[in-house]
Design a protein around this ligand. Structure first.
Ligand code: ATP
Length: 628
């Protein structure tokens, strides 16, 4: 998170000029001293210098958070001043605390006074998972600060009686989705007039996603009762016309902050994420993911994205046959199960999570065309899933310690790519991504690449070919992979999906009561259990050494060594990892090792300098390539 600059973007209304100038002043001051790296470092502000309350600083310290990220350094003072703020900063840059800290500080001064008839701070997020995440974050801050504030979360699926109970203690902070508020009005749980009287701060988190989740009408009914004096904050990872629309709909003369790191170019993907790709046919994707995971040339934990639920089950069943256990996360699972899977994954209880990243049912309808890219009219969908409209597992979720994101299926949009990749390399940690790109996905992939490279740098290769898998290594697995793939039939996929759903519904009930009694116990149920009825046969579980190409074997050893050096063993818990950053940097084989033989020197032929897709090896095409 090194050097950072902020500058105003977009069409700020004339009356906002004063604020924008202030932002420019900030930028000028930073630029003036930006010659020497040390000076730049010196200018980094501490939480104290941002004017944060000592209670909050102590609470952060207890959680191992010692210095603010760039977006926090810039946004917090403006929010404390009472300005409306639009903050755009890349995924994992710490936007949640950037608004929660000043929001809480503002409420501190009110705590102890007479309770208001409705919450005075609303945080609106696009999904239930995010609701839970933000609620958890705000709850530990309140707890550690020992202040008399109360936060609640509401989602549309809650029974009205639960909603009433939650609001009965007159909470100051409400974390919810936009869809839930009109429902609360309709059920008489929230009173619009009381909100108009009480509301002081409104936050739209993940603003770039709110409209794409279909919340426009819901948001309009909320904004119609937001009082003029209310401070509005809009946080987003990408710039889009949706953000602009929301800005116009809700904000008054906002300060617009855009985080730019290192250069003037906007880089929406964190610079500490190395991005790779592998070109293969749609049919060969199973083979390639098998090679990546079985030969252990990617760092665990691994988050694997697919576009349809059936594909997730196909992948799970396929990998199971080789003794690779995975868990599945998608919108048809009950909410308790989803939250539990997330908690278990974050706690390091399993290494591989296969996730479907949104609730777009049209994609689900395409599943029959599916992975083989074949139109097959006979294959009408028989299993119609009931997807949760507030499901959004990927976007904005703070997956902990994910080292690798794999796009098994390519996302359908540039924004989708950015949000997926943003699940690794969060805050000050490092990560990498590997995208499996079939010929049919190449157009979309090129679009993503040119977006990331930007207008001026069209030829630069931010996403480079994955260097640690040789063709021999992949081919050595082909026979087994193809044989096993045939055994994963549509019927077995359907049965597994139905079985998994049944299991999780039962689990969900157990979880509900269990969580009530033991909120901290994570190990009640295993989500990465086998779905196939037969255990993997030994000849598939253990790939004989003679089959594995020597160079890939060496790469795999390096990855394992790096894992050991990083202390990234399975079942490692949470905690602050900034202290390990140095050794992690030095030992990541994705920076120091090249399967083609050479170790990477400063100007040498490692991953960063590896030949690009067009065959350039002079490094010029890779000048945007970041090392982790
Ligand atoms: N100042 C800090 N120092 C260290 N870690 C931090 C700091 N601020 C936040 N974090 C941690 O960084 C991670 C990412 O933060 P957060 O989820 O707020 O990112 P984000 O910008 O909202 O990402 P996204 O756009 O994907 O939602 C979290 O685990 C958070 O606890």
């Amino acid at each position: 998170m090194g050097k950072a600059k902020f500058k105003p973007v977009g069409d700020v209304k004339p009356e906002a000029e004063e604020e924008v100038e202030k932002v420019e002043e900030v930028e000028e001051q930073r630029d003036a001293g930006a010659v020497a790296e040390e000076e730049e470092e010196e200018k980094e502000k501490s939480f104290e210098e941002l004017g944060l309350d000592p209670r909050l600083i102590r609470a952060l310290s207890k959680k191992g958070i010692e210095k603010p990220t760039p977006i926090q350094q810039t946004a917090i003072p403006y929010i404390l001043e009472g300005k409306d703020v639009v903050a755009r900063a890349k995924t994992g840059s710490g936007k949640t605390l950037a608004y929660l800290l000043p929001l809480l500080q503002k409420l501190f001064s009110d705590s102890g006074r007479k309770k208001k008839p409705a919450p005075c701070a609303f945080v609106l997020v696009p999904s239930r998972e995010l609701c839970q995440q933000v609620y958890t974050e705000v709850s530990w801050l309140i707890e550690l600060c020992r202040v008399q504030l109360k936060a609640v979360q509401l989602t549309s699926s809650m029974p009205v009686s639960d909603m009433r109970n939650a609001l009965a203690g007159l909470p100051e902070i409400l974390v919810t989705t936009p869809a839930c508020i009109p429902k609360c009005f309709a059920d008489g749980v929230l009173d619009p007039a009381a909100i108009s009287e009480s509301l002081e701060i409104l936050v739209l988190d993940e603003a770039d996603l709110l409209l794409s989740y279909g919340y426009e009408d819901n948001l309009r009914s909320v904004t119609s009762i937001v009082p003029r004096r209310c401070q509005c904050l809009l946080m987003s990872a990408t710039t889009s016309s949706d953000v602009e629309k929301l800005k116009k709909l809700i904000l008054h003369n906002p300060v617009v902050l855009t985080l730019q790191e290192g250069s003037d170019k906007e880089e929406p993907v964190p610079s500490n994420v190395q991005q790779f790709w592998i070109s293969c046919s749609a049919q060969d994707k199973l083979l390639h993911i098998l090679a990546l995971l079985k030969l252990e040339v990617v760092q665990k934990k691994v988050l694997i994205f697919i576009n349809t639920i059936d594909m997730g089950f196909k992948l799970k069943l396929f990998l199971e046959k080789f003794g690779i256990k995975t868990a599945i996360l998608n919108g048809e699972l009950p909410q308790n199960s989803r939250l539990h899977i997330l908690e278990q994954f974050n706690a390091g209880l399993f290494d591989y999570l296969i996730a479907t990243d949104d609730n777009n049912q049209t994609k689900e309808k395409e599943e029959v065309k599916g992975d083989d890219n074949k139109d097959n009219k006979k294959n009408k969908r028989r299993f119609k899933p009931k997807l949760d409209a507030e499901f959004g597992v990927v976007r904005g979720i703070d997956f902990k310690k994910v080292h690798t994101v794999i796009n098994y299926d390519m996302p359908q949009s540039v924004t989708g790519y950015i949000h997926r990749i943003g699940r690794t390399g969060r805050a000050y940690s490092s990560g990498s991504s590997v995208s499996l790109v079939s010929p049919g996905e190449m157009e979309g992939f090129e679009e993503i690449k040119s977006f990331l490279a930007g207008e001026e740098d069209k030829d630069s290769d931010i996403i480079t070919p994955f260097p640690l898998l040789t063709e021999n290594a992949v081919e050595s697995l082909r026979y087994r992979a193809e044989d096993v793939a045939k055994s994963v039939t549509k019927i077995s996929i359907r049965e597994s999906r139905a079985q998994d759903l049944r299991n999780e519904i039962i689990n969900s009930e157990k979880l509900k009561s269990h969580f009530e009694a033991n909120p901290r116990d994570l190990d009640l149920l295993k989500h990465d259990k086998l779905l196939s009825k037969t255990a993997p046969s030994p000849h598939l579980r253990d790939i004989p050494e003679y089959l594995v190409d020597a160079k890939t074997q060496e790469a795999s050893k390096m990855v394992k060594l790096a894992r050991a050096a990083m202390g990234n063993s399975r079942r490692s818990g949470g905690g602050n990892n900034t202290k390990k950053k140095r050794s992690r940097k030095g030992s990541d084989p994705l920076k120091t090792f090249n399967a083609n033989g050479s170790k990477r020197g400063r100007g040498g032929g490692g991953v960063g300098q590896k030949k690009d897709a067009k065959g350039s090896s002079d490094g010029s095409a890779n000048k945007k390539q970041k090392t982790v």
